[in-house]
Design a protein around this ligand. Structure first.
Ligand SMILES: Cc1ncc(C[n+]2csc(CCOP(=O)(O)OP(=O)(O)O)c2C)c(N)n1
Ligand code: SF4
Ligand SMILES: [Mg+2]
Length: 288
């Protein structure tokens, strides 16, 4: 059986020392091993950003794609091989800026993939511009007198788009994060784990200490019921999205791939498709 070590490779992350993304990488590796997955059963698909490099740092199938496009690629991978554990990953800019449209449609489509976002409330890779999740008043290179836009709250958007599994973690709490990623992967449908993952180089406001002070841990909220949609909406509204733990889960939602008429259980890659080249060429010609 694979262990955490089997999900490691010899590529050294070039993240800054202290970057929250190290914990996310380690948590994904721990969660996969704990679930008894093997590297060849997993695909990690990422966008562009410091966080987007994660697909190169995990020993599994991987694809480091285009900025904002991790989700369409991940959904294509899942449709080609529904037996793969597909993890899409990237940053807040990648997923909630340029990729927001894909995010909302992936949520409502409810394909069985897990989306892990490293939300540092800034563009790290491009050296510190404000991002869609930066707070109003936030000072960054592009907003020297303070951000005049309101922050987008990913958990609110996810709930209003009809997400079937929603969790939020924090890089400082690896045990909770491992558990949430495990539950997200096990959930049959689209799952988001949004992780507060501090950028220690460019975001001097949303630091580890800032999150520790501001985030409400749902594990410590007595009686919180993650199957209660209205309670989840109230929670993300009241905390402005600053809560960690399992926020919402709907086990009754049916995954997209389980509704496709005639969609075979056997992955396309393992089907014996005997197609002579002239038949293939004719088909391509017809559709092109
Ligand atoms: C189409 C396109 N637009 C813009 C960029 C430039 N760019 C690269 S990464 C990035 C944002 C990175 O921020 P985020 O997604 O939050 O990731 P982080 O680096 O913070 O982990 C931008 C704007 C690009 N590579 N491609
Ligand atoms: S710039 Fe920020 S997000 Fe990028 S590796 Fe460094 S600490 Fe992490
Ligand atoms: Mg970012």
């Amino acid at each position: 059986m694979a262990t955490v070590k089997d999900f490691r490779n010899d590529v050294r992350p070039n993240w800054c020392p202290g970057c929250g993304d190290f914990s996310v990488q380690a948590s994904i590796q721990r969660a996969l091993a704990a679930l008894g997955k093997e590297p060849h059963e997993v695909a990690v698909i990422s966008g562009i950003g410091c966080s987007g490099r994660i697909s190169g740092y995990i020993n599994s199938y991987g694809f480091h794609g285009v900025h904002g496009r991790a989700l369409p690629t991940a959904q294509g991978v899942k449709l080609a091989n529904r037996h793969l554990t597909v993890i899409a990953s990237g940053g807040d800019g990648d997923g909630f800026g340029i990729g927001l449209n894909h995010f909302m449609h992936a949520v409502r489509r409810n394909m069985d993939i897990t989306y892990i976002v490293m939300d540092n409330q800034i563009y790290g890779l491009t050296k510190g511009q404000h991002s869609p999740t930066s707070a109003h008043g936030f000072k960054a290179k592009t907003t020297p007198t303070g951000n005049i836009e309101n922050a987008l709250v990913p958990t609110k958007i996810a709930l209003s788009a009809g997400i079937s599994f929603l969790a939020q973690g924090f890089s400082s709490d690896v045990n909770q994060l491992v558990r949430l990623i495990q539950e997200a992967i096990t959930h049959k449908g689209f799952s988001l784990v949004n992780v507060f993952s501090p950028c220690v180089t460019y975001n001097k406001i949303n630091t580890y200490d800032w999150y520790k002070e501001h985030v409400h841990n749902l594990d410590q909220v007595d009686g919180y019921d993650p199957t209660d949609y209205q309670a989840a909406l109230n929670m993300v509204s009241e905390t402005q999205g600053l809560c960690t733990g399992l926020i919402y889960k709907n086990d009754a939602a049916v995954a997209y791939e389980d509704q496709i008429p005639g969609y075979q259980d056997e992955a396309i890659v393992s089907q014996d498709i005997d197609c002579p080249s002239d038949v293939f060429e004719a088909a391509v010609k017809e559709f092109a």
